[in-house]
Design a protein around this ligand. Sequence first.
Ligand SMILES: Cc1cc2nc3c(=O)[nH]c(=O)nc-3n(C[C@H](O)[C@H](O)[C@H](O)COP(=O)(O)O)c2cc1C
Length: 191
Amino acid sequence: MVESALRGAGDAGFETKLYNLYELDYKGCSSCFGCLLLGGPSHGRCAMRDDLTAVLDDILAADAVIFGSPVYFGGVTASMRALCERLWYAGLAYRETDKVLYSRRIPVKIILTTGIPRENFHTALNQSITDTMNMIIGPVELIEANGTWQFDDYSKYDAPMFNVEERMKLRDELFPKDLQRAYEMGRSAVM
Ligand SMILES: Cc1cc2nc3c(=O)[nH]c(=O)nc-3n(C[C@H](O)[C@H](O)[C@H](O)COP(=O)(O)O)c2cc1C
């Protein structure tokens, strides 16, 4: 889905960069408060230094950002969550007004994939990630691919509850439409 969105952005003339978070070594926010330290070298930026540093720098320099994650137990993956903690916390100050430290709003596109074949089933997740991204980073568009094809061969796995015929239908008929939606979202990412 993310690759499809990036193809769309590329076809619209934008330079794109893809990070696979599972290839990177980093942790979530450690409450070091370096990002809040007045006059400090990292005020308004995550002070932790690891593989995520370049990703956060690229996000904050980008014209638009596309985030993709499968839904794991009603949330995003642990690595996406860790990224969000560090991206979000560094952009916020404990103030009554003007609490967002980032000087620019960046369009945010979010792609979620779910095993459950229903759109917006994880309502609380969709709402909270949209609200927080919108408050701290920029205007959000979220799409989902639901009822995704999980196993190469369903007969090999302990997963008898699935109707494989129905799943196959979703894979062959619905998923190509989801890929197209991701492509279109990428094409219009910077607007
Ligand atoms: C650890 C784990 C937890 C999952 N939890 C959920 C869940 O809460 N809701 C859901 O709809 N699907 C859940 N799934 C299914 C995945 O979201 C689904 O297979 C997704 O499409 C995987 O993304 P991918 O195909 O991009 O790898 C879970 C899968 C795994 C491996």
